[in-house]
Design a protein around this ligand. Structure first.
Ligand code: NAP
Length: 241
């Protein structure tokens, strides 16, 4: 039976590329989506037509009850995932002085709370199996900070701390926990940004592609990364070293 990889926020952008890559690597992929059901279904059809295996799974990562309601029956029938990629994320940018309660808590709850809700539900089976890979998608903003993104940076730095602590807690069960921290990547999330201007601040002179992030996740999920845990892999064109 194929190993299973759960990818949150896999309907679009980076998550979609990660799901496609892990399917190519031979995993059966649970393709989580929030609002973009059609996109998630079309990705699953693409994966299946290419000979892979995938199923769309809708839930809001920020809603603990919805996460449980969607994942527990799947885990009961197919087993806990071997790989969990916490990728779903949002931005609600603005200067801190103008950041309201909803912008603060919404971003923290989706980006960091989502990691908690999803990992918690999957972890019991992974612990019992004594193997697994957890990868969280953080951001260069969580490492270096970025004006206008105090809420987002807090959520992404929080993921780094959470992953390092969890890595220490569960290393004895042979489960690794790592972080991929992208710089600018060409997706809907950055489509409003002045790309040419911002690319000048990237030593490699360009935005990254979703496939470049997916390649890093594929490596960390694979057998060859078995001795790597608690690490943050920057995939950022040199923006932060
Ligand atoms: P994107 O194109 O905006 O896609 C976001 C994905 O997250 C979508 O699939 C969306 O699904 C999903 N999502 C959002 N809220 C959700 C929720 N509450 N529950 C379930 N799914 C949810 O963004 P992206 O650029 O691919 O970003 C992916 C991750 O990389 C994020 O964590 C982001 O912070 C991080 N990142 C991105 C960049 C960049 O430059 N693009 C840089 C650094 C880090 P639906 O449409 O189905 O709701």
């Amino acid at each position: 039976m194929s190993k299973i990889a759960l990818v949150t926020g896999a309907s679009r952008g980076i998550g979609r590329a990660i799901a496609a890559r892990l399917a190519k690597d031979g995993y059966r992929v649970w393709v989580n989506y929030g609002r973009s059901k059609d996109e998630a279904e079309s990705l699953c059809s693409e994966i299946e037509s290419a000979g892979g295996s995938a199923v769309p799974v809708g839930f809001d990562v920020g809603d603990a009850e919805a996460v449980k309601a969607a994942l527990e029956p799947l885990i009961d029938s197919e087993g806990a995932p071997d790989v969990v990629v916490s990728n779903a994320g949002i931005t609600r940018d603005g200067l801190f002085a103008m950041t309201g309660h909803d912008e603060w808590h919404g971003v923290i709850n989706t980006n960091l709370g989502g990691f908690y809700h999803v990992t918690k539900v999957c972890l019991r089976g992974m612990l019992r199996r004594r193997s697994g890979r957890i990868v969280a998608i953080s951001s260069v903003s969580g490492q270096a900070g970025n004006p206008g993104q105090v809420n987002y940076s807090a959520s992404k730095a929080g993921l780094i701390g959470a992953c390092k602590s969890l890595a220490k807690e569960i290393a004895s069960r042979k489960i690794t926990v790592n972080v991929v921290a992208p710089g600018f990547v060409e997706t809907d999330m950055v489509k409003e940004l002045p790309k040419e201007e911002l690319a000048k601040a990237v030593p490699l002179g360009r935005f990254g592609t979703p496939d470049e992030i997916a390649a890093a996740v594929s490596f960390l999920a694979g057998d060859e990364a078995g001795y790597i845990t608690g690490q943050v892999l920057g995939v950022n064109g040199g923006m932060y070293m």
